[in-house]
Design a protein around this ligand. Structure first.
Ligand code: PLP
Length: 367
């Protein structure tokens, strides 16, 4: 990886290919792969990630919101794109950009059918989501007849897939619950297919579902975090490579005497002699205040330097008292060795949150 000259998020596309190949190797040959590139490709860059994965023959893409799908279309992504969380005011945009909505409740189902009809669509591809226990988005098991009756009354849309989402696929203590979700999904799918008379694709697995529930891959899987290098367990992490390295440099070094303070609110008061380094990265770049006051750390010349005092908007100060370093030296926030998952755990959060928080102000560099 090239040396940082400012704060930069370096994305290793070879690692992305490795993760994609590893996850695909867990699937049967005819199981389709949907790459989840919502939230700027989990903070890395949705467009670059999707272009690269499209070239590797990824079957499908998923985004959370319509605007994210529009960005992909503008960048030349031609593979089908599922919009996981469409909102009625976006329906026209969805159709204009050939995006495929998740129909998750009666309002969305009926209003989308109305829009597709008004736009003279025939068999417009849609996906129907059922809630099997996450209680977030989706029709309920006993809504099947209602949904099918609405779909049978129109030829404006056609169901490409039925899907559901697991609540705790990464937690094997919840295996019984996950099994019950899979069972409920099978019942829903059977009833739906019998009633509608054709067979949409079925999918329920996210990354941890792929790894822990091979019997539930159905026709397609939806992977996000695994592509970016995290498998939600030490065992799975060994086979994946974090694709993003967040780096910065030392802007300034200070010598702090006993009794002096560092940063806003004088949150750190020195009990002796300290050396600190000021780094050009702060909470506006994605290092939240919860990492301050010794919780989070960075790596400088191979050594851990804890954050001192409060995280500022554009800067943090770190303790380099025992580290041999100078202004301009490179600083690692996370990489494939000191991972985002490890840093996130210091602030009681998860890799998903830390990597998606790296703000758009931070330059992305593709390697
Ligand atoms: C975000 C999301 C995924 C991807 O989950 P990972 O754990 O990142 O693999 C899959 N399905 C749905 C519905 C999602 O919202």
């Amino acid at each position: 990886m090239p040396k940082a000259e400012e704060t930069v998020l370096q994305i290793d596309l070879k690692a992305l290919k490795h993760n994609y190949t590893h996850l695909r190797s867990k699937l049967k040959d005819n199981t389709k792969f949907m790459a989840v590139v919502k939230a700027f490709g989990y903070g890395s860059d949705a467009v670059e990630i999707a272009k690269y994965l499209q070239d590797l023959n990824t079957d499908y893409f998923a985004v959370a919101y319509a605007s994210e799908g529009v960005e992909l279309r503008k960048a030349g992504i031609t593979a089908p794109i599922l919009v996981l969380h469409p909102i009625p005011s976006n329906f026209k945009t969805i159709i204009e950009n050939c995006l495929e909505p998740n129909l998750y409740n009666a309002k969305v189902l009926n209003e989308f059918i109305e829009m597709a009809s008004a736009e003279n669509q025939k068999d417009y591809p849609v996906h129907v989501k059922f809630n099997t226990g996450l209680n977030r988005l989706g029709f309920w098991e006993n809504d099947v007849d209602y949904v099918v009756s609405k779909l049978k009354a129109t030829n404006a849309v056609k169901v490409v897939s039925l899907f559901s989402h697991l609540a705790a696929s990464e937690d094997l203590n919840e295996k019984e619950f996950t099994d019950s979700q899979i069972k409920s999904f099978k019942t829903i799918a059977e009833n739906f297919i019998n009633a509608i008379g054709y067979k949409p694709m079925l999918h329920i697995c996210n990354t941890s579902g792929i790894l822990n529930y091979p019997e539930a891959h159905f026709n397609m899987v939806r992977s996000g975090i695994g592509l970016y290098g995290f498998g939600n367990s030490d065992k799975e992490n060994k086979h994946l490579k974090p694709i993003a390295v967040l780096k910065t440099i030392i802007s300034q070094i200070h010598k702090i005497e006993k009794g002096e303070s560092v940063g806003y609110n004088r949150a750190f008061i020195s009990d002796g002699f300290y050396k600190t380094a000021t780094l050009p990265i702060g909470h506006a770049d994605g290092i939240g205040r919860q990492y301050g006051n010794g919780k989070g750390y960075v790596i400088i010349n191979g050594k851990e330097a804890p954050i001192i005092g409060n995280v500022c908007m554009d800067m943090i100060m770190v303790n380099i008292t025992d580290i041999d370093c100078k202004e301009g030296d490179e600083v690692i926030i996370f990489n494939d060795n000191t991972t985002a998952e490890a840093l996130a755990s210091k602030a009681n959060t998860i890799s998903y949150e830390l990597i998606t928080s790296v703000s758009q102000r931070v330059k992305r560099e593709f390697i």
